[in-house]
Design a protein around this ligand. Structure first.
Ligand code: HEM
Length: 242
């Protein structure tokens, strides 16, 4: 029977050591799990249930990716040093995003969306830069470096705009709301932070006010601001020219 280093030789290019092969085997399994869980979490409706479950799987798979990537980078330093940097960036931004959701400090939602999205973008960058040229060597390396950001950053901006609470927090309007929410007992909140940790039978569906506002729910806000801008434009147009 083939041993692990023999099995992984076609992937790595040279016969790796047993230690490197063991790290790589865990790394590939965690990478496949984390990458799919991260994408599915981002695409799932942002409420209790699938999104927090997949997000938690993503976070712990990323921890395994980070630990194994660090080990492999140390073994293949300096050619893998940049992968250590990318791994650290991805894991630290996911940690900020994960902690924001768990602790829920003032304006946490912006940190959650920003941290988790940045982490997935950096994870995809590390994967494509390292593995892309092995599958399509004719594609310029710059495409692998910039591709995930070109796709991911507009989606991140869209998520920020759609979740009007984030915009309110960025503008400082969240302070008042958060202060009043802080006075509510946690259990009284039908979609409390811990609802994802409760058994499914006890979990309550999100009520409309607690749900993250997205899609059609944010339309009134967009129309309000469009009307305000139009009024401003009209008023300016009516001012006498000097
Ligand atoms: C933060 C994200 C990631 C980092 C920092 C990272 C880092 C690394 C490092 C250091 C290596 C060893 C490179 C070598 O010396 O040969 C490696 C290899 C590999 N990684 Fe990742 N990785 C990440 C994400 C992923 C993901 C999501 C997958 C998906 C399955 C993946 C699959 C692989 C594969 C197949 C290899 C073997 C190819 C090779 O040896 O270059 N990685 N990765």
């Amino acid at each position: 029977m083939q041993d692990l280093p023999d099995l992984l030789t076609p992937i790595v290019g040279v016969r790796p050591s047993l230690l490197f092969s063991s790290l790589l085997a865990i790394h590939i399994a965690a990478g496949a799990l984390g990458y799919s869980a991260g994408l599915l979490a981002a695409l799932s409706p942002k409420r209790a249930g699938r999104h927090p479950r997949l997000g938690t799987i993503y976070y712990w798979a990323l921890a395994a990716i980070f630990v194994t990537a660090t080990g492999m980078s140390v073994l293949h330093w300096p050619e893998d040093a940049y992968l250590f940097v990318l791994g650290s960036l991805s894991f630290s931004s996911a940690s900020v995003g994960y902690a924001a959701r768990k602790i829920r400090w003032r304006g946490w939602l912006g940190f959650h969306i920003g941290g988790m999205s940045a982490s997935v973008i950096v994870l995809a960058t590390a994967f494509y830069v390292d593995n892309g040229p092995k599958f399509a060597s004719q594609v310029p390396t710059l495409v692998y470096w910039l591709g995930p950001s070109v796709v991911g950053i507009p989606l991140l901006v869209r998520a920020f705009v759609r979740h009007s609470r984030v915009m309110a927090d960025l503008q400082g309007h969240g302070a008042q709301r958060d202060a009043s929410r802080a006075c509510e007992p946690r259990t009284a909140h039908p979609a409390g932070a811990d609802s994802a940790l409760q058994p499914a039978s006890q979990r309550m569906p999100l009520t409309r006010p607690a749900r993250l506002r997205s899609g059609p729910a944010s339309l009134p806000m967009i129309s309000k601001w469009t009307m305000r801008l139009l009024m401003l434009g009209l008023l300016r147009g009516q001012q006498p020219q000097r």
